[in-house]
Design a protein. Structure first.
Length: 730
């Protein structure tokens, strides 16, 4: 059970006797009667009472405190004592290193002629000491930062109900830099197992790394990705563990430098890339490393230091006006790139710059003065109490699920995570979308907003989204993106309205009217879905009727083009970026048919099957017909589409994959007046590229070239049946 908050001193995010699997653990708690500016001390011992990590002091504000614990394998007896009245609390955490999981490696890139110094402002004693600017200092700061990343990630997993888990860090036995405090019997720093930092030499010089065209923040940079390539090449040249198999690296560029004359941070690029079969590298410059803590004892001070760094160091993104803000940006932005190395895209929270300035809220109970916002510091509690808006420095739950599926985040007892991606199905009655996932449904998002689901405590295997409810919440004239993420991290998305349009009918919102659909052929993966009505919203908001249809048939069916009385056109097929017709639509047998006022389309014949469509012919109520079926005397594959009794044709729909592969009719009740907004419904549109989900487009297979549309006979010349190649009694 959690350590209860019934005593004067309590912890609220760990269990007594809990097993943990990472070296650094973030704990939060409260002392009920603590005066302001008090602190809590924390001592870590083993079962025999031997100190295994020195006593640490952590500040309290209004009784709230946060602390980092450095654990040793086995049992760790944690004793907390309030400074003002000696309240005590003891809990035991059992640390079990997961040596069977692949670690996150830490590496520092060093130029071949590097001075082995990092940028450091006078406020950090730059002119007097190398305590914060030497290579040793950079290594110590990098170790501490990586442990802080680990602690936050594990706590995020715990809060989301996914078990406390994080990446482990590659370690080595060497002089410990994790504490500045040593016992009287061991005045020198002891040896211990600490995060290993690889020094990676590159053949490039400092001058080469600092060339302006490589600087990511240079407005005219020509080669901002080159530093990532240089770092990757140096890692591979270094050899194991970077030369073989999948490996994930957090890489720090030592020789980054702020050029005050040009106001440019050189030899720096914040970049991350994931390669599941090779080298995954997230990298960052060292230009803000001066603000990071070297030891556990410096964490609170560094994250509360409102001293201004001054003009000798770079103010990255204008967000580093104080030391603590520089620390937050440096540690948080670096973690963002490590997130990319683990496969996270730009989602939200940490992967959307949420670390600035909220990174520090994980570690302190009161934030210092924020120069970017011009705000004085305020009390912060736990992320759970702060909520998503109070602390934006959170891993998006989709990213946590992606990480959870990686070998480096596995815990003992984890089941099979490869249970397939979510599946979308239409309800039998067509009134809803059923979502299934064998691994369990973790996240449901509609147009970017999270939907309430049982995750994380009781993930469901399936759920149904009712169309009537969705129509009441979302505009049906605009796309409705549904994103579903399974508990295995696999994600699937779609446009709900487009998906629902694939059924044999469409319900008109706010009415009992159903539009029916019939088609020949089938949509293929990656095809362009389209719908074109015989009325459309005109330039001035009024509905305008179709005036003619250009049936585009060559050796096969290219599609068709519908002309309207306001002079606009919409193709039954792909569209350009600005709504123009696809310039590649050919058809040497193309024919236009005029639709005079009061005349309707009454019948459509299509030649073809699910493989490809060869021809199209359209009949009007005045007896006219146009088109080519390309069937000669062989009519076996010709299918005629007519409205059901009591229905009338109001438009066409289908899909194209280079050529037209599906062509159908949309019908409505004959004696019912449709509301105007029917012609604005998302599933009845053919939108230009850029206003719809992108679909793969292939080059046109029919090489027949034809004249411009305007060179065909006008509607005044269009009369009678076309007897060239097709019979009329189909």
């Amino acid at each position: 059970m959690l350590v209860e908050a019934t005593e004067m001193l309590s912890l609220n995010n760990v269990e007594d006797g809990e097993e943990v699997y990472q070296r650094c653990v973030l704990v939060t708690g409260r002392c009920l009667d603590a005066p302001e500016n008090s602190h809590v001390s924390i001592l870590t011992e083993n079962d025999a009472g031997k100190t295994i990590f020195p006593d640490q002091q952590w500040p309290m504000h209004q009784g709230y405190f946060k602390a980092l614990l450095i654990l040793n394998p086995g049992n760790n007896k944690i004793t907390l004592r309030s400074a003002h009245n000696s309240h005590t609390l003891t809990v035991t955490l059992r640390y079990i290193p997961l040596l069977q999981t692949p670690p996150l490696h830490l590496a520092i890139l060093v130029a071949k002629d590097s001075p082995l110094l990092i940028d450091c402002p006078p406020a950090k004693f730059a002119a007097l000491s190398t305590a914060h600017s030497s290579l040793s200092a950079a290594i110590a700061k990098f170790r501490m930062t990586a442990l802080m990343w680990q602690a936050v990630t594990a706590e995020e997993f715990r809060q989301r109900g996914l078990s406390r888990r994080a990446f482990r860090l590659e370690e080595e036995w060497t002089t410990s830099t994790l504490s500045s405090t040593h016992s009287s019997s061991h005045p020198a720093p002891p040896s211990a197992s600490v995060p290993k930092v690889h020094l990676i030499r590159t053949d490039h010089t400092v001058a080469t790394l600092r060339e302006a065209h490589r600087a990511q923040q240079h407005p005219w940079a020509r080669d901002v990705n080159s530093l990532h390539a240089i770092f990757s090449a140096a890692l591979k040249a270094y050899g194991p563990p970077f030369s073989d198999g999948p490996v994930t690296v957090a890489g720090l560029i030592l020789d980054s430098h702020y050029d005050a004359e040009r106001d440019l941070i050189l030899a720096h690029a914040a970049l991350g890339a994931h390669d599941p079969a090779g080298l995954s590298l997230g990298m960052f410059g060292s230009h803000l490393t001066y603000a990071w803590p070297r030891f556990l004892e410096e964490v609170s001070d560094c994250l509360a230091d409102s001293t201004r760094p001054g003009g000798t160091v770079g103010n990255d993104n204008g967000e580093c006006g104080t030391m603590w803000e520089a620390c937050a940006v440096g540690q948080g932005a670096f973690l963002h790139e490590v997130g990319h190395a683990f496969g996270a895209p730009h989602t939200s929270g940490i992967m959307e710059r949420g670390y600035s300035p909220d990174w520090v809220k994980w570690f302190v109970s009161k934030v210092g003065y924020c120069s970017k916002k011009g705000e004085d510091g305020r009390l912060v509690r736990s992320p759970e109490e702060e909520g998503e808006e109070g602390n934006k420095c959170r891993w998006d739950v989709r990213d946590l699920l992606r990480f959870k599926a990686l070998p480096g985040f596995a815990l003992p007892g984890d089941g099979d995570v490869d249970a397939g991606e979510p599946v979308f199905e239409m309800e039998e009655e067509g009134d809803g979308v059923r979502v299934k996932c064998a691994a369990g449904i973790a996240v449901v998002m509609l147009n970017g907003g999270l939907e309430p689901v049982a995750f994380p405590w009781e993930p469901v295997g399936e759920l149904v989204l009712k169309v009537v409810e969705l129509e009441g919440r979302f505009d049906k004239t605009k796309p409705l993106e549904l994103v579903v993420v399974g508990m295995n991290g696999k994600e699937k998305k779609m446009d709900v309205w487009k998906f629902m349009s694939s059924k044999s009918w469409i319900r008109v919102p706010g009415t009992n009217i159903r539009l029916l659909k019939k088609a020949v052929g089938e949509e293929q993966d990656g095809s362009w879905q389209w719908a074109v009505m015989l009325k459309k919203r005109g330039k001035h908001g009024k509905l305008v009727d179709a005036s003619k249809i250009d049936v585009r048939v060559g050796c096969a069916l290219d599609g068709a083009v519908v002309y309207y009385r306001d002079g606009t056109t919409i193709p039954c097929g792909p569209r350009g970026r600005h709504g123009d017709d696809d310039p590649g639509m050919g058809g040497h047998q193309a024919k236009k048919i005029a639709i005079r006022p009061g005349v309707e389309v009454v019948k459509v014949a299509v030649n073809g099957s699910s493989g490809s469509l060869r021809g199209l012919r359209i009949w009007l109520s005045d007896g006219n017909a146009r088109g080519a079926l390309n069937c000669g005397s062989d009519r076996e594959q010709v299918q005629v589409l007519t409205p059901d009794p009591g229905q009338r044709i109001i438009g066409f729909y289908g899909s194209s994959y280079g050529l037209c592969q599906q062509f159908g009719i949309v019908t409505a009740p004959k004696d019912v007046e449709l509301p105007d907004y029917v012609y604005d419904m998302e599933e009845l549109q053919n939108k230009p590229e850029g206003q719809r989900s992108k679909r793969r487009r292939l080059s046109r297979e029919d090489s027949s070239k034809t004249q411009d549309y305007n060179d065909f006979p006008s509607e005044d010349e269009d009369e009678g049946y076309d007897h060239e190649s097709d019979v009329d009694d189909i």
